[in-house]
Write a protein that binds this ligand. Structure first.
Ligand code: ADP
Length: 304
């Protein structure tokens, strides 16, 4: 089983022909609200990909909180770790242009109140195969979850998104780091004040990050993903070619599926290819949590 400790946000989404520059106003198309947040998305992704998945997070007592809870429940996510707190739920303001490129601002709301894990939470983490975290909740909480995972021999997969500086103490608890090229460049550059690595230099990014963590998965958009570990394994797999409509949650689909494959003990190359199929399947459809693929959708692209 997988446990996600992370954020839940209501995504407020507008499609627009072009993204606005600072100070510019553009006229968009239809407005939609879609349950999202990297944590909730990855929990839904893992559940839809076929795993038993628990979500440990916080939403407000507002209507968005009700909707977020309902969406997680509908996907089959276990909600024993969900807290309802005073104040607004987290929201994300998202614009998506005709080329499927996006622009996002997050207001954390209730997610900022996820500051303390209790003994029941630690036991839940210790009893799962994989702990999956992102960086949209307080880093102290991620560190507490990581320590509980280490104590319980649960594999800790960290999706270091959105990119933030991380302490050596936290990085030392990471078993598998999952990043896109932008996040990798930021993390590699922040590591020990070294020169910022070029985002398009995959081997250099992987080598840089292996100094901090034992295994790295680097997502490469339509090109797929690369993997490296300290034992010397290096892999690169392509994503199945698809007509991309909206890549908003592709990284979440990829990471959720990777956590599931890891919990199932699948070989790394197979896990990477399956996660790429999940990301590609997600990019084919409009929306965030609504476009996260089911196990059968992933398998269909994986076998193609
Ligand atoms: P993020 O969305 O976090 O920036 P990426 O853009 O690297 O991450 O996408 C994550 C994964 O989703 C990729 O590794 C790939 O498997 C899949 N993916 C993303 N965009 C496409 C695309 N245009 N075609 C096929 N697969 C894609």
């Amino acid at each position: 089983s997988v446990v996600v400790v992370g954020s839940a946000n209501m995504d407020l989404v507008v499609a627009t022909p072009t993204l606005p520059r600072p100070g510019e106003t553009v006229l968009g198309q239809d407005f939609t609200t879609v349950p999202g947040g990297k944590g909730a998305n990855q929990a839904v992704a893992a559940a839809r990909a076929g795993a038993r998945c628990h979500f440990l997070g916080a939403v407000g007592l507002d209507a968005f909180g009700d909707e977020l809870k309902g969406c997680l429940a509908a996907a089959g996510v276990e909600l024993d770790g969900l807290r309802r707190v005073a104040g607004p739920s987290g929201v994300a303001l998202i614009a998506v242009d005709a080329a499927a490129e996006n622009l996002i601002v997050v207001a954390p709301g209730a997610n900022a109140q996820l500051t303390e894990l209790d003994p029941v939470d630690r036991e839940l983490i210790a009893n799962c195969d994989v702990l999956l975290c992102q960086l949209e909740i307080p880093l102290e909480t991620v560190a507490q979850a990581a320590a509980a995972a280490r104590a319980g021999q649960t594999v800790f997969i960290l999706n270091a998104a959105p990119a933030r500086a991380l302490s050596d103490e936290l990085l030392a608890l990471v078993d598998v780091l999952v990043v896109n090229q932008t996040e990798a460049a930021v993390l590699a550059g922040l590591d020990g004040g070294r020169e910022v690595a070029r985002a398009d230099n995959v081997p250099e990014l992987l080598s840089n990050l292996l100094a901090a963590v034992p295994r790295v998965v680097l997502t490469l958009g339509a090109a797929g993903a690369a993997y490296a570990d300290r034992e010397g394994t290096r892999l690169e797999v392509g994503a199945p070619p698809v007509a991309a409509v909206d890549t908003t949650a592709a990284g979440d689909a990829f990471t959720g599926a990777l956590a599931v494959a890891w919990a199932q003990g699948r070989p790394i190359e197979e896990a990477l290819r399956w996660a790429c199929a999940a990301g590609a399947a997600c990019a084919q459809h409009w929306g965030a949590s609504t476009s996260l693929p089911l196990q059968a959708d992933i398998d269909a692209l994986y076998e193609r």
